[in-house]
Design a protein around this ligand. Structure first.
Ligand SMILES: [Zn+2]
Ligand SMILES: [Zn+2]
Length: 278
């Protein structure tokens, strides 16, 4: 199983010399599994690059496991070029909404004139929607577990398993407002014993009190959760758009130092990083 990061930022894309190394696109992680259709976590602006990788002579067929519908996780859909070709098929799995609207309704209302020239239903390819909550499903030979996690609005984390290997994606995760370290049963069911955990790490401990209800967590929380759940490798993800490359290096060094000994291996996700789970 091969995991490639195409967008690693949270909230909004960023650009500039001081964010070049980690990259400025929002959440999108591609998964390649031998013999299976391509899969991605989220449709942030990084989805454009996942699309470049998968534009070929054959119409695209694949899956997106969408964490939730915030812009930083959906805005890349109209720029995911394979879906603009006839015969292409994209299955989007996403959290069931709590306001009675279907996923199709929400997407059609979000991507349409005057915000975008076309509706998704006018794309040459076909987009299908599948609503999930706390579910366990099969996509080809891959087992997918979805669990609702605390954020703002219905939000899922995912655990993908194939031949005994597991990658877990929890991009946006509200830490307890008082800054303490506890986790929901659902989050534990996702992360327990994972080979790779891709996890929200938007804030530092000093930033958190002023933003403690913005839906996110600290690097320290991500590290604690990974240790608590016996995760093998933790990828710090959903970097704050204001975080420079040097600041990310420093956060990463701190996390590596804190996990020394028995903790997980810690990487700070950057665009273009590929992690192999052999
Ligand atoms: Zn986000
Ligand atoms: Zn969000």
């Amino acid at each position: 199983m091969q995991v490639t990061f195409h967008g690693v930022r949270g909230s909004t894309p960023c650009h500039g010399e001081d964010t070049q190394r980690y990259g400025g696109n929002t959440s999108c992680v591609g998964i390649r599994v031998p013999g299976e259709l391509p899969l991605m976590f989220d449709l942030g602006t990084g989805a454009r690059y996942f699309g470049v990788e998968h534009s070929g002579s054959q119409p695209f067929r694949g899956t997106c496991l969408l964490s939730h519908l915030h812009w930083d996780h959906t805005q890349g859909l109209p720029f995911f070029s394979p879906i603009l070709s006839a015969g292409a098929e994209l299955d989007i799995y996403a959290p069931q909404q709590d306001d009675g609207r279907s996923l199709e309704q929400v997407f059609e209302e979000m991507i349409c004139p005057p915000m975008f020239p076309l509706r998704i239903s006018q794309f040459a390819g076909t987009v299908r929607y599948h609503e999930l909550a706390d579910d366990d499903i099969q996509i080809g030979a891959m087992t997918v577990r979805s669990r609702l996690v605390p954020h703002l609005g219905p939000t899922l984390g995912y655990r993908l398993e194939w031949k005994g290997r597991s990658v877990v994606y929890i991009s946006d995760h509200q830490q307890p407002h008082d800054g303490s370290f506890t986790l929901t049963e659902g989050a534990r069911e996702l992360a327990q014993g994972a080979d790779l955990l891709i996890h929200d790490s938007q804030y530092t401990m000093s930033e958190f009190p002023a933003k403690n209800n913005w839906g996110h967590c600290t690097v320290d929380y991500a590290l604690w959760l990974a240790g608590e759940c016996n995760v093998r490798t933790l990828a710090l993800f959903h970097h704050d758009p204001s975080r420079t490359d040097d600041a990310l290096d420093e956060l990463h060094r701190g996390a590596v130092g804190d996990s020394e000994g028995e903790g997980p291996t810690v990487v700070a996700a950057y665009e273009g990083l590929t992690i192999e789970l052999p």
